[in-house]
Unconditional design. Sequence first.
Length: 307
Amino acid sequence: MARTPINCPGDPFGAVKRIDPILRQIVEAVSEDGARAHLERIIGPRDPFDGHASMEAAADFIAETLRGFGLHLVEERFRCDGRWYRNLIASHPGSFRDGQVLVVAHYDTVRNSPGADDNASGVAGLIEVAGALARHRFKHDLIFVAFALEEYGNPGSLRYVEQAKACGVAIAGVFDLEMIGYTGPAQTAPPGVQTPAAGDFIGVVGNRRSEALVSLFKETAALIVPSLPVQALVVEGNGENLPLVRQSDHAPFWDAGYPAVMITDTAFLRNPHYHMPTDTLDTLDLSFLQQVAAATAASAALLAGLA
């Protein structure tokens, strides 16, 4: 099991009120124009087959941008099916150095898709969150990770989690940005789950161990970005009875006993362009993406604790 994690704030609303001016600076630093600029650099083939060179180019851009925020960047390389891939890990050390708060997203795609929503949207959000938070000091370490090969069995996040467990790293929580850029008129749901009829909300999914993180995100979003509808789902165990909630890089963290949430526009339950050649920039709702990223930045700031 993981070491005792940092506790989520017991009163997220009170925390927001106490540090409202700084949180507001963080939220206002998350830019729709910035997200668009990142998307324009990332969108394109990023699969390990025909799109390998483009995936590497996207990784170069992500690494260069994160370094530009003054973050310390490590490229963690791993080998898979005879090729080398890399996780991009940018750290913002806290004053206490006694735990980590992670914001993560995967930057690979499936074959024959430019991957605008899946998952350039998540990476653009990750970059905007990192840039907004890098300007401030926190009690606990903030770690921003762009994972490789989520679409191919999560070897990137599995490697990160294995090393974290081996080193006894205390992880307070993980915010996994998994498709955060699409809204649409129709929304479907898996059996037993109720959702609004329109796909205009962001979903935040956690297991019981992550329930406090789910509440933190939902309550922070309600106060900081009140125009953003949030639908929360907490599953039992590690989501084994609802496999689709495990389809991203948060799942290895769940399995290792770390609290983590998937922040998602619900993928194929809403987006008809999922894993298709039509998953392009012009299908995205960039205002929605910016709001999700802003809520994530504020939530991560509260969990990390402003110094």
